[in-house]
Design a protein. Sequence first.
Length: 659
Amino acid sequence: MEHRQGGTLAKYPGEERVLLFRSDQAGAIAKIVFSSSPVLDPSDDDSSKKHYYCCQPPHNMDERQIITIAANATVHVLFVKDTYRGFNLGGLLFGLCVTHLRDRYGNCNPIDSGVKNRPSAGISSIRCRLDAEEDIRRHDKLVHFYEHLGLRKKRRAKANFIHNNDGETYRRIPMTMDLLLSPLEQGISNCNETCISAAAAAYSSFLPALLVSASGERAKVLDNRSIVSWWIVECQDGNIELRTTDGRMLRSDGDGRCRLVPVPSSPCATSASSDSFRLLRVSDMLDKVMYDREEEQSCIQENLLLQQQQQQFCALTKEKELWMIRSSVYDTFMGMTCDHDLVFSEKASFWQADENFCLTHTSDSPARRQHHRRMWMKQSVEYVTFLHERYSAFDLCCRTIDEALDLTKHLPANPFSVSSRRRGEHETNTERRTAGSSLPSVRTFLFHTAELARKEGHPDWVQFVALIHGLAGAMTCLRASSSGGSVVPDEVEGDDFDWTIYVDARVMGCETSKTSTFAEFRHLNPDEGDTRYNTPNGLYREHVGLENVLLSWTSSDYMYCMLKHNRVVLPKEAYAILKLFPLVDWHTRGKHISLSSENDEELKLFVADFYELFQRSQDKVLSAGGANNELSDKECRDLWTNHYSLIAKKYGAGDILKW
């Protein structure tokens, strides 16, 4: 940001301009041009007041006359390039202009009339004027923007219509703002003609930003209205402050709550306050978060060497950076609730930044991206066929549904929020808290999903599917069968891809949809270059039916096969939900219509409804305060005994099942 006064390019007496630049590009991206001077306000017809607009009043001034000094200011240009509109850069520049005018004329020395008992006077008011010039088709859009800044249409002024040579019609609407200075602002000594430079210095390094949820909703602070735009302002020590365009800044407390407080007059300099934060830029090449950039780079190099040795270097060619915002006092991370409120918690929370300064809160994390990268690398037609053959015997162990549920109490429902501990390793309560894994377990998530279905009046078979759809995760906890043999087969025991963790499914053996989750990694898949699989139908005849296609191997697909093998008599709608709800490309994004049958289309509504239920349960249970949702052993036992065991028996799943 740069403040200029006068110069050869100035067109108006006393002209000043503030220009905003990008540090990596030439030319200003926004500017405001204005001028001001102490002048008579012609709109004031009050004859009882005498107005003097010079530093020395006339010697014959009557003592009873009220002395008022006013100033006029005109904004000649307020411009923001099209690419950078929507971040309230114009509001920022206008706010700096108003602050500058207040400081300049509030700092003028009071008039010394030389008459005893005569009141001194400084500048008491500033009238700021600008013209709103807008295309007549914009329907007062620009006028409303200026009204939001505090301006109003000038009384008795008429809009002037301007016909541009491009054939468009514009109108010029005079607008004004009166800035009344308080007695404390009047008569302050040490007039500083370059006071705006201090304000510009405070914004010498900043980013205009939008903070939005994954669905595009603007961030809120508690019950305040949504904040249109933010400024990420860099402090002298490298920390940042989050400011709004109306002169406030974000502050966090030790309980995770946020509030907006006025911006201090002096530029930020130290991080030892609850309103400064550390911006962490995290590479998605890491399985765990590094809080030190040098440590992170060192770990990346080690990973690269290891991957080269394993001939998997291609998997790391798509690096992506995620952002974390950490409190410099409480070491907590900024996230967003399902109601779009900003909060701080010990749970690591990530943001995606794009080239347009938009920060989107995301469930993404380096570990999640690693997992999906591995999924795309592993899940080929050959790999999925092998897993079907390996698990089709269901000879790994014998367990009841409630025994499997008890095993999953040791698994975090969101393993990507936990540190580098391998999924399935048992943790003490202390370890769970210190590792950041005080998150709900898989068992808790399954019971909450089933209870949500029950509360909303879904049939009992939907409640049962909600309870068991993720139970394949129990297999990661089983290290020995009752006979002492290995439960996890040798061929996949050392595999670094855990297929029991939920991911969206996709159809194998046909062209990959570009809308698939993490489709950016599809080039890593072994099937991508196979000519047999690069057509919309691939291996399948048209309308073959989704029950007859090969899907990527997931926890719900395993449970579908396992229940079929154990002859559990669920309705066809329940089996369709269990198999197809992870196939988001089909039931939500409208893909694979050429493969689905009429029967599939009839069942799509059931599948899509369950997926929506699943998503809402995730949002509620895995939110920032989700750790409070953890169910005790007694609560789970009561739910199973009093309700869900009856449903299991009804459909033939109440006894020991083969896994």
